[in-house]
Design a protein around this ligand. Structure first.
Ligand code: NAI
Ligand code: 3PY
Length: 354
């Protein structure tokens, strides 16, 4: 049996008990829950990733809803515990919900929410930052300066890749993939090639219109193409950014074979989920191809990196911070609270009439 976990309580006399497995930024989400007569319990345990047992202890005997995190395993065990405690709603504080077994939630009558949209631009901005940092070798150059190694300008010092006029490849052109594509097209005048199961009509229209605008101003127009296969993107793009969901179809989408298809000097960015890339194959590819560079926000076995990755100069690694802007994280917390509340309002029609 897990030890009791430490909690902070807001509005102790609230009628509905809502648990958040982590403190979240801002207070708007807490106030929204309190306004709707919720007692809010926030886990303050100094342990980054809570186990299933920890969360069962948090749910306790009676719990109406839970706001959880992408690091937690929301499967059969937790949804049955929540349902036994009378819970009707769960929200992940994330848009990705590969940590949530939605059919188990359905089985136990628990509605599931996520936090799309509010993090689209912030996440795309990090993917764009990693693309530029990798292309221009910013992290390596920063380390070099700090190590006191700079002794004067040289024609060959930290030569990288020019983005303008090159091709950006997007795999998964949904909300974030499309926002990223626009940033790279507007910012660096790159041409687009994308692969998605669905047509990204709005993105295509944007690139067409932007290309016409550039042409009317006497500049080289940008172009777009929807690839019939992912391999086309891998073969043709100079910078490739991954933005699909993680599911069975995208697990190890990038593997030894697909890496070999890419240009030797290509840049690969992953701000989706770690297991979309076979990280062992990636480390080997980085070792064999020193001009190939990656920018990674996510890892296959978070919080760990596969052996050798941290030694690779041609890899930039950051700790899953793509959505980490203040505005966005407060927005995600607010959406997560609303997800839990919507279910309460829907299942308590008398409350709506009160
Ligand atoms: N690193 C981070 O902090 C963050 C990571 N994410 C990740 O990004 C993912 C995407 O988020 P959104 O753009 O909001 O979702 P979205 O649902 O708008 O876009 C996902 C796109 O992937 C496409 N897709 C699905 N399977 C595919 C396949 N086999 N091949 C090619 N494309 C495929 C879908 O058709 C869709 O267009 C999330 O599921 C999450 O895992 C999201 C936010 C922050
Ligand atoms: O929202 C997500 O899916 C994340 O990875 C964190 O923002």
């Amino acid at each position: 049996m897990a030890k009791p976990v430490s909690i902070e309580v807001w509005n102790p006399n609230g009628k509905y008990r809502v648990v958040s497995t982590k403190p979240m930024p801002g207070t708007r989400w807490i106030n929204l829950l309190i306004e709707q007569d919720c007692r809010v319990e926030i886990c303050t345990q100094k342990k980054t990733i809570l186990s299933v047992e920890d969360i069962i202890a948090l749910i306790g005997e009676r719990c109406d809803g839970v706001i959880g995190q992408l690091t937690e395993d929301w499967g059969e065990t937790l949804f049955s515990a929540l349902s036994r405690a009378g819970g009707k709603a769960f929200s992940n504080m994330a848009v990705g919900y590969n940590n949530v077994d939605v059919s188990a939630a359905n089985k136990y009558g628990v509605a599931v929410g996520n936090t799309p949209g509010v993090l689209t631009e912030t996440t795309a901005e990090l993917a764009a930052s990693l693309s530029v940092a990798a292309a221009r070798r910013i992290v390596e150059a920063d380390e070099f300066m700090r190590a006191g190694l700079y002794d004067g300008w040289l024609p060959h010092l930290f030569v990288g890749n020019l983005l303008k006029g090159q091709t950006v490849g997007v795999i998964g052109a949904g909300r974030i993939g499309s926002a990223y594509a626009r940033m790279m097209i507007e910012g660096f005048k790159m041409n687009l090639i994308y692969y998605d199961l669905y047509q990204a009509t709005r993105l295509e229209k944007f690139v067409t219109a932007y290309g016409e605008f550039l042409k009317a101003n006497g500049e080289q127009p940008v172009t777009w193409r929807r690839a019939a296969s992912m391999d086309e993107v891998l073969r043709e793009a100079d910078v490739i950014s991954l933005h699909p969901i993680l599911d069975k179809t995208t697990f190890h989408l990038i593997n030894k074979e697909s890496l070999a298809t890419m240009k030797k000097e290509a840049i690969l960015v992953n701000c989706s989920r770690g297991p979309v890339v076979d990280e062992v194959a990636l480390v080997e590819h980085l070792r064999q191809n020193p001009m190939f560079r990656v920018g990674l926000d996510v890892f296959e076995d978070e919080p760990y990196m596969k052996p050798g990755l941290s030694d690779m100069k041609n890899a930039i690694v950051v700790p899953h911070i793509a959505s980490a802007s203040k505005w966005t994280r407060e927005g995600m917390a607010t959406l997560a609270a609303l997800n839990v509340l919507v279910r309460k309002l829907v299942t308590q029609p008398h409350y709506l009439l009160a």
